[in-house]
Design a protein around this ligand. Structure first.
Ligand code: PEP
Length: 256
């Protein structure tokens, strides 16, 4: 049985004051976190600060992005996986649609990032998903298969022992337009089948999060779908009450 995983993507939000009160509230409500793994992904500059505040809590820390090469080097403005690991991160979000569309990250760059994250012993949260135009053109499966296919080709199916996939329809991110449970389940099942074509055991253990306007009101129904194993949460992760309610819904839905 898969343990659900909920991660908060804080994007470019936060200050010491805001993060201080958010984490204090998360820690105060931590009894709601049962039967679910939880992480928060602050902006890189605040990883240390957030990590220190989360010491000895069950909430882990992740990064939102890393460079596609590891170690150190002449790459002004970049942050390497070794650096976020040094600060205590266990997860790295890779290939978020904002990175793909705004920062022109190709499937190849995303696959390289997944590779460096795995090599460092951290868990990539590999984001995939279609735009509205692609959904309307009926090519959702082709898009998702292509995004995952490059990683499969470059790293092999065994890499998926240590990868979390986040299915995030681009049209649902930050828009308030959530995929219906049926729409999400259908793509999640397709993603699992893609991996099962290569290795059924790896596929049945694979954590596939849903992301895109998850809120306390829609979390339970989404997480009760058989192939949805928690969520990647943007906006609602900035509100401790909402994020804890979503974590609680994941723990309850997946224990049924
Ligand atoms: C995200 O940014 O990964 C996300 C899912 O955002 P939101 O929950 O705000 O739609």
């Amino acid at each position: 049985m898969r343990k659900p995983f909920v991660a908060g993507n804080w994007k470019m939000h936060g200050s010491k004051a805001m993060i201080g009160s958010l984490i204090s509230a998360l820690r105060a409500g931590a009894e709601q976190i049962k039967g679910v793994d939880v992480a928060v992904c602050p902006p890189s500059l605040y990883i240390q600060f957030a990590g220190d505040m989360l010491l000895e809590s069950q909430i882990k820390v992740g990064a939102q992005n890393v460079a596609s090469v590891a170690g150190q080097g002449a790459l002004t403005g970049e942050v390497s996986v070794d650096m976020v690991q040094d600060l205590g991160c266990q997860y790295v979000i890779v290939g978020h649609s904002e990175r793909r569309s705004i920062f022109d990250e190709t499937d190849e760059v995303v696959a390289a990032k997944v590779g460096v994250v795995l090599e460092a012993g951290l868990t990539p949260i590999l984001c995939v998903g279609e735009t509205l135009e692609q959904r309307e053109a009926g090519v959702t499966q082709d898009v998702v298969a292509g995004q995952i296919g490059v990683v499969l080709q470059k790293l092999g199916v065994s890499a998926f022992n240590n990868i979390v996939i986040a299915y995030e329809p681009v049209w649902a991110i930050g828009t308030g337009k959530v995929a219906t449970p049926e729409q999400a389940q259908s793509v999640h099942a397709f993603i699992r089948s893609l991996i099962a074509n290569e290795d059924s055991k790896i596929a049945s253990n694979l954590i596939i999060q849903y992301g895109g306007s998850v809120k306390p009101e829609n979390a339970a129904i989404l997480f009760s779908q058989p192939d949805i194993d928690g969520g990647l949460i943007g906006g609602a992760s900035l509100d401790a009450g909402d994020f804890l309610a979503i974590c609680k819904a994941a723990g309850e839905a997946c224990s049924e």
